[in-house]
Design a protein around this ligand. Structure first.
Ligand SMILES: Nc1nc2c(ncn2[C@@H]2O[C@H](COP(=O)(O)OP(=O)(O)OP(=O)(O)O)[C@@H](O)[C@H]2O)c(=O)[nH]1
Ligand SMILES: [Mg+2]
Length: 408
């Protein structure tokens, strides 16, 4: 499909470190960025960028057949309206771009509802202004708003938000029940920046083939699978990735999805080791911020993925210069299956499971132990078996209680 040609614009303060690369990466998911413009100046109330530059860009847009303009900066409805009037094409900001990417990737009912919720929460504070502006005259991107009454539109959004929240609550309660059932197994959660390779790692650990793409926000909901070739049943959960500077309401919409992973017995923070040291540091900080926001205190392994793309020098540099951000580091390649078995070893070590011993002749209990726990030793004595096994603490206690009942 032919993708729309887009112009990308970033306005920043003199001492701001931002660059336009992240926006370019985001925009490329849906559009073809043909022009990038960076302006250093304080924000202009009418256009965000300076009015002199606006005039220049009008020419550029015609010349290059640009169909959409995307700002890295947050735009007010008035700024969007003014810019669309000048440019004659739709103007959106980064948040709207991310929402559009979310839309494209939302495959499950829950993901679709989450995206809708984020969208409505973005829309709510702007709704009244948008309707008022649309009544002043047509502009690209403002179609449809003019037919509404200001308050009616605002109230409709508020109502829709309530309805969606209610629906999401029901879906989550259902998932919580499923999670309870799984509670006897150890769960490892994958957490990390978008595009770090979380889904690829889930695939490598479980032998599955969930979609992974070189795109941001491919995954929007959680999936749980069993780790292959592990001595006992261990589950691993994939989830939506993070990105820095996303507004509060957007993280909010996806938080419970992230929380699901964060409730795990062990967290794998997945990092793209081929990023620059500065990017890795920045992204690791974002990871820790989110983990602390959801109150996660599970043990951590820092998984440096895509190690096929880097050499020994870079590995050393990561370990020395980022030492204070790293817990139990390991370099792997999910795509080329490098060090995955070692990662499973490390997971087993970190999970630090509990050991139990039962004496039984009950075949059902024995086969349950073989299927769900790691058998360390089995001794036969007078027609009974003494079995030493390893599993999650709660599960060991549960099994010991059952074994006692069977004996009694
Ligand atoms: N070279 C290399 N590429 C990898 C590796 N692991 C993943 N990738 C690529 O990185 C891209 C992102 O991988 P995903 O697994 O989708 O990443 P993710 O963290 O799940 O991303 P989102 O779900 O979009 O947040 C894909 O193009 C993968 O093929 C690796 O070990 N080496
Ligand atoms: Mg993914």
């Amino acid at each position: 499909m032919l993708r729309k040609k887009a112009m990308l614009i970033l306005r920043k303060e003199f001492n701001e470190k931002k660059n336009i690369e992240e926006l370019k990466e985001l925009a490329s998911v849906l559009y073809e960025p043909v022009e990038c413009v960076v302006q250093v100046r304080p924000p202009h109330p009418k256009y965000q960028i300076g009015s002199g530059l606006v005039e220049k860009l009008v020419e550029k847009i015609k010349e290059k057949d640009i169909e959409l303009v995307i700002f890295d900066n947050r735009l007010s409805p008035t700024q969007k309206y003014n810019l669309a009037g000048k440019f004659g094409v739709e103007v959106i900001d980064k948040i709207e771009l991310v929402l559009r990417i979310f839309y494209k990737h939302a495959q499950t009912k829950e993901a679709q509802l989450q995206v809708k919720l984020a969208e409505l929460q973005y829309e709510l504070p702007q709704a009244k202004e948008k309707v008022r502006l649309a009544k002043l005259g047509e502009r690209p991107g403002f179609g449809g708003y003019g037919d509404y009454e200001v308050n009616k539109y605002y109230n409709k959004i508020k109502r829709d938000i309530t309805i969606i929240k209610e629906k999401l609550k029901r879906i989550r309660e259902h998932r919580k029940r499923l999670r309870k059932k799984r509670k006897k197994f150890e769960v490892v959660g994958l957490i990390g920046y978008t595009n770090a390779g979380k889904t690829s790692l889930l695939n490598a650990l479980t032998g599955e083939s969930k979609t992974s793409k070189n795109q941001v926000f491919t995954t929007l909901t959680t999936t749980t699978r069993v780790i292959k070739n592990a001595p006992r049943k261990i589950l691993v959960t994939d989830t939506v990735g993070f990105m820095e500077n996303l507004p509060h309401f957007m993280i909010e919409a996806f938080l419970s999805t992230i929380e699901e992973s964060a409730e795990s017995d062990l967290i794998l923070i997945v990092v793209d080791a081929s990023d620059s040291i500065e990017d890795i540091e920045r992204k690791l900080r974002t990871n820790y911020e989110i983990l602390s926001r959801i109150g996660c205190s599970s043990p951590i392994i820092t998984v440096f993925n895509k190690c096929d793309k880097i050499g020994e020098e870079k590995k050393k540099k990561i370990l020395t210069s980022l030492e204070r951000y790293i817990v139990s580091p390991i370099f792997v390649s999910a795509k080329y299956n490098i060090n995955i078995d070692e990662l499973i070893e490390l997971i087993l070590e970190k999970l630090n499971a509990c050991i139990g011993v039962v004496e039984t002749s009950d075949m059902r209990l024995i086969s349950y132990l073989y299927e769900n726990t790691e058998i360390i030793e089995k001794i036969e004595e007078n027609g009974k078996y003494i079995i030493t096994f390893r599993a999650k603490e709660d599960e060991v206690n549960r099994i010991l209680r059952i074994a006692n009942k069977l004996r009694g």
